[in-house]
Design a protein around this ligand. Structure first.
Ligand SMILES: C[S@@+](CC[C@H](N)C(=O)[O-])C[C@H]1O[C@@H](n2cnc3c(N)ncnc32)[C@H](O)[C@@H]1O
Ligand SMILES: O=c1cc(-c2ccc(O)cc2)oc2c(O)c(O)ccc12
Length: 217
C-alpha cells in the first residue's frame, strides 16, 4: 500500500537499500525485487530472532539479500543461491560499498541441488536460523521440505509472493491467463503450508504477501 510505503518504509529505508532499489527500477524485471514493506518486516524478524546464519533462495539484484546482510551481525553468514549471477552483479557494487559482502556466500546454481548437498552432511541439519524463499514458485513446497530440515526448531522461513497480486482470492476465470500458472502454484503452496503441523504460520498481507513460518518440530 502506497500510504504505508510513504509514511513508514521509505523514510526509514537504509541508504544502500534505497540505492539498490533505484538501480533495480531501471531493469526490465524491476518488479522482481522484494517489496520494501515486506523487506522491512523481514529485517525486524531477523533482528527479533537474532538470526546469524541464513539461506536465501532467489537473489536477483540483491534487495532482500542486502537487507538480510544489514540486519544480521558482523560475523553472520548468508548462503545466497540463484541460478543466474548476472543480475547480482548489478547490486554487488552497492553491497560492497555497504561493507557487508563478507557475510555473503553467493552460489550460482539451481537451488534444489544446493539444498540437497547441504542435507548430505548431517552437520548442516537444523544449523540455520532463518531462510527466505523468492524464486521459482512451482518449487516452493520442494524448498519447504528441505528447509524444514535445515532450519532449526524455533527458526523462521519466509516465502514471498503468496498472494500473487491478490489473484489467489479470485476465481481462476477472472485472472488474466498469463498469471494463472503462478496463481495455481501459490494457491497450492498456501494450502499445503497451512496444513503443515511442523510450523506455526502467519500469512501477512504486505508487499505481494508473505508467509512467515516458525518451525516447531
Ligand atoms: C523474484 S526474483 C528474486 C528477488 C530478490 N529476492 C530481490 O529481493 O531482489 C527470483 C530469482 O529467482 C531465481 N531463480 C528462479 N528459479 C531458480 C532456481 N530453480 N534456483 C535458483 N534460483 C532461481 C531467478 O534467477 C531470479 O533471480
Ligand atoms: O513476475 C514475476 C515472476 C517471478 C518468477 C517467475 C518464475 C521464476 O522461476 C521465478 C520468479 O517472480 C516474481 C516475483 O518474485 C515478484 O515479487 C514479482 C513478480 C514476479
Amino acid at each position: 500500500m502506497q500510504y504505508l510505503l510513504d509514511t513508514s518504509v521509505y523514510p526509514r529505508e537504509p541508504e544502500p537499500l534505497k540505492e539498490l532499489r533505484q538501480a533495480t527500477a531501471k531493469l526490465p524485471n524491476a518488479c522482481f525485487g522484494t517489496s520494501p514493506d515486506a523487506g522491512q518486516l523481514m529485517a525486524m524478524l531477523l533482528k527479533l530472532g537474532n538470526a546469524k546464519k541464513t539461506i536465501e533462495v532467489g537473489v536477483f539484484t540483491g534487495y532482500s539479500l542486502l537487507l538480510t546482510a544489514l540486519a544480521i551481525p558482523h560475523d553472520g553468514k548468508i548462503m545466497a543461491i540463484d541460478r543466474d549471477r548476472t543480475t547480482y552483479e548489478i547490486g554487488l557494487p552497492i553491497i560492497q560499498k555497504a561493507g557487508v559482502e563478507h557475510k555473503i556466500d553467493y552460489i550460482e546454481s539451481p537451488a534444489l541441488p544446493v539444498l540437497d548437498n547441504l542435507l548430505g552432511e548431517p552437520k548442516n541439519e537444523a544449523d540455520f536460523d532463518f531462510a527466505f524463499v523468492d524464486a521459482d514458485k512451482g518449487n516452493y513446497w520442494n524448498y519447504h521440505e528441505r528447509l524444514m530440515k535445515l532450519v532449526k526448531i524455533g527458526g523462521i522461513v519466509v516465502y514471498d509472493n503468496t498472494l500473487w497480486g491478490g489473484t489467489v482470492a479470485k476465481p481462476e476465470e477472472v485472472v488474466p491467463e498469463n498469471k494463472r500458472e503462478l496463481r495455481r502454484h501459490a494457491v497450492e503452496f498456501n494450502k499445503l503450508v497451512s496444513a503443515d503441523p511442523r510450523v506455526e504460520i502467519s500469512h501477512a498481507s504486505i508487499g505481494d504477501g508473505i508467509i512467515i513460518c516458525r518451525r516447531i518440530c
